[in-house]
Design a protein around this ligand. Structure first.
Ligand SMILES: NC(=O)c1ccc[n+]([C@@H]2O[C@H](COP(=O)([O-])OP(=O)(O)OC[C@H]3O[C@@H](n4cnc5c(N)ncnc54)[C@H](OP(=O)(O)O)[C@@H]3O)[C@@H](O)[C@H]2O)c1
Length: 187
């Protein structure tokens, strides 16, 4: 199963500013980015997200990260999971999971999924990278330095990893989209 962390970040590697301020993304050319995201999501068959991201989405008035794809919610919060599961019970199944990310990803693979999007946040992406289970990283980098806020990878023991650039695309207003594939460290 192929696991992708696709998100937007600032030059200094923050996926939001202090107080979850996302205004740094205003500089990104919305139409090009949205088209690329739509192409990406068309090739995805499951989503993994952490509770921090889902709570943030709720705060923005969104009940789910995306409709029509099964969601695995990493959380100890059963109430949050029940709220998400109730949002679109017929079309968007939500499964709450907890514990070792490798076991969680094995469970998703066992359910028959082949391409998984880590929809956030840096905490979950960091766990996947530290466990050696992140195959691809796609970052829309906005031309801003935020100095504070959640990091793109948030884990105390990430370890060294190497990625190979697969794509680099320039959007308007000085932002870029970078796509990397995981590759073994040189011997
Ligand atoms: N730039 C973007 O496009 C973008 C995208 C996504 C998110 N964001 C930002 O990122 C922020 C959230 O990211 P984050 O890194 O702080 O949080 P996160 O990764 O979304 O969620 C972390 C939380 O998920 C639960 N969790 C994670 N791993 C778990 C595990 N293995 N077992 C059980 N529960 C687990 C824990 O909470 P509980 O167990 O207590 O529930 C943990 O505190 C949001 O506030 C948003 O601003 C930005």
């Amino acid at each position: 199963m192929h696991v992708v962390w696709y998100t937007a970040m600032s030059i200094d590697g923050r996926i939001a500013g202090a107080g979850d301020d996302m205004s740094f993304l205003d500089a990104v050319d919305g139409s090009g980015e949205e088209r690329d995201f739509d192409d990406f999501i068309a090739g995805i068959d499951a989503i993994v997200i952490g509770s921090g991201t889902l709570r943030w989405l709720h705060g923005q008035g969104h009940d789910l990260p995306h409709r029509g794809l099964p969601i695995w919610l990493l959380s100890h919060d059963e109430e949050l999971a029940a709220r998400a599961a109730a949002a679109d019970p017929a079309g968007t199944p939500v499964t709450r999971v907890e514990g070792d990310i490798a076991a969680v990803l094995d469970g998703i693979a066992a359910a028959g999924h082949e391409r998984v999007w880590i929809g956030g946040g840096g905490n979950v992406a960091g766990q996947a990278l530290a466990a050696g289970r992140l195959d691809e990283v796609i970052l829309t980098v906005a031309p801003a330095v935020l100095a504070a806020g959640p990091a793109v990878f948030d884990h105390p023991a990430l370890g060294r990893n190497r990625f190979e650039l697969a794509e680099c695309r320039e959007y308007g207003s000085g932002s870029v989209r970078l796509r990397w594939l995981w590759t073994p460290l040189p011997a």
